[in-house]
Design a protein around this ligand. Sequence first.
Ligand code: GLC
Length: 788
Amino acid sequence: MKRLQIVFYLLLFVATPAAAQDITALQPIGSVISYARTENTISFVCSDNSQVRLTILAPDLIRVRAAFAKPIPAKDHSWAIAKDDWTTPRWNISETTGAVTVSTDEVEVVVSRSPLLIEFRDARTHQLINADERPMAHDAKGQLAGMMFDPKAGTFIAVSKKLGFDEHFYGLGEKAARLDKRRGFFVNWNSDTPGYTEGRDPIYQTIPFYLALQRGVAYGIFFDNSYRSYFDFGRSSQQRAWFGAEGGELNYYFFYGPSIKKILGRYADLTGHMPLPPMWALGNQQSRWSYYPDTMVEEVAREYRQRDLPLDAIHLDIDYMRGYRVFTFDSQRFPNPKALSDKLAGQGIKLITIVDPGVKHEPRGGGTDPRYFVFEQGLERNYFQHRSNGQLFVPRVWPGESVFVDYTLPEARRWWGDLHRVYTDNGIAGIWNDMNEPSDFVDQTGKNQLDVVSYDEGERTTHAKNRNTFALLMSRATYEGLERLRPDGRPYVITRAGYAGIQRYATMWIGDTNSTWDALALNIPMFTTLGLSGEPFVGSDVGGFIGRGNGELLVRSYQVSFLAPFCRNHKVIDGYDQEPWRFGKYYEDIIRKFLKLRYELLPFLYTTLEESHRTGVPVFRPLMLNYQDDPNTYNIDDQFMIGSNLLVAPILKPDVTRRLVYLPSGTWYDYWTNKKYAGGTMITVDAPLETVPMFVRGGAMIPTTTPQNYVGERPAAPITFNIYPDEKATAAGNLYEDDGVSPGYKRGLFRRTTVSGRRKNGGFSTSINSSEGQFNPGARQLKFAVKG
Ligand code: GLC
């Protein structure tokens, strides 16, 4: 055992990236010799034949590209980018002997000629926002090659920025870390990391986008480079925050706020807005590795209904398949999946199936009956990944020896998407994409895959470039397939891995967490961080995935997740059962209360989700997103907000029933008692297991409805606007509605109702101010309830 442990730690050590590279050893880019402009670019030629190009995309969005010792290539492609038809804003150039300045209405980019340093300033106040600490650099002499994961990947490139004394860093997607990333060092290399704990890095996803905030002013940087990349927010030096990658192009986008919400909107414009999933995706979901046979799935549904616990979906994990062959059903365990989905539909419950990228390697004559059509078709059409020597790449995953699809091939993506007919024909409502880092049991670090070549728009690039975008393209194939197969429905895809832009195709969960209090506490900064990274639809396995939980942990876990967009209880195969009733009636009753509250708050949750779709501002927010000028909020990891109005402060430790809660300035109402508080301070709140501290912002109107067993059970249920007057005795809110299932909302088939009110003559008068969109929700009662 001891030996095993040592080997394990050694492996961990090897898999952990070397400490921050010494980027001061890199070769700086040459000085500016000349420049030329086009309608929306300015390109600088440097003394070492390097080139730097600024592209003015919007008044607050500037792209920076650089090529070392060569011109910037004409080919310009990224899987992350959704928009390339920007309308060039007003901009101009001015110069002095020392610098060339590009200005838009919002931002000024000062390019010093020698050395070449870039500074971003506020165009109105000329205040410095962000400045290069040293010139952009590359590893011309191969000094860092020995430290690179794949020495053949390319040349290390880096950008170094001055680190502000009071600069805070946020975002970077899925990181097992606290909200404020200041002083942290992170690596991006999608990795299957079951049971990860705080500090484990990298984990499943790569979103090379971060936000920085200093004295209330924010900017964002999206380093669109899918190679293994590094972000150092002041770990290796107090002088700099740098980012770099082991290859590819130096290519980043600079977003100027000063508001974070504005940056998130721009980031969504650039990399894609999350489409609305079907409304039932906000319903409660239940999963297990694995429910089988079909009668057990029915049993789960029956328990939920008999116990009066709301439920919208059950997940089928890998054992529904015939020997883990994706796009098949095991004929003993699930002889008639259509009959099962129909039966469940009668109870308002949907089925979701897992689909992994590993296609069982089963050549003709593999001896099975029926033969495995997915492998045979893919092989015949040459859609699978190969090594650089032309050999088929054969990793090992659940089915044993497997193959992966080259999703960079458009026709392979189409084929994969169309294969989902097997599911849609059987009434399967959503697809869960897992293991798409891609995980390989031969070697989880990716070393076994390094010479795998992908088509990549004809460039035939290797794993070093394509690993981090593999899940993005797999989810894209899935999403687009579902769109074709059900043009009248909204696809619902869940993914584990991803790259920037993943929000266009999939929602996500944070992978194989532990059933521990530490893992629960990490939920909050991970959800808020994902929200700040362009991924609004997030959640985690409620109760934790690995290990044995207990009733108290499960209840506290629901008290975090009952307001997360993705609320799904899920458990590992050998874990102790943890459906809501498994620890007895006492805990079950509390869980019921919170699940019902989720359904009561559904109009509010859906309204907030639509806001995320439209504006890029997430549902599950850190306080600093709503209170950017309040430094007290900059590192709060144990509270969160839903939208702008609901503040939640869960208990994240065992045997604790009281905690401190920070209320930002303004008026706040205790959700349970309606007791009024003046914010701008810490308060102490009691929180026995039956409750979670929850506060509503004064000035809000929160739409709720009567709880239902599943979304859409009673479409005409009355809507109540719960009114929480502010200091001026006024309140306002809105309600978003659409059909909840079709893509019609994209064509204006929605209804946004704006309401407001004020105290008047001892009463409260409310008015429906405006109503936008062409959707007719039908007759339903609107009620108003004044709180406090
Ligand atoms: C991975 C997933 C987990 C799933 C299991 C079996 O560990 O993260 O959710 O249950 O695979 O498919």
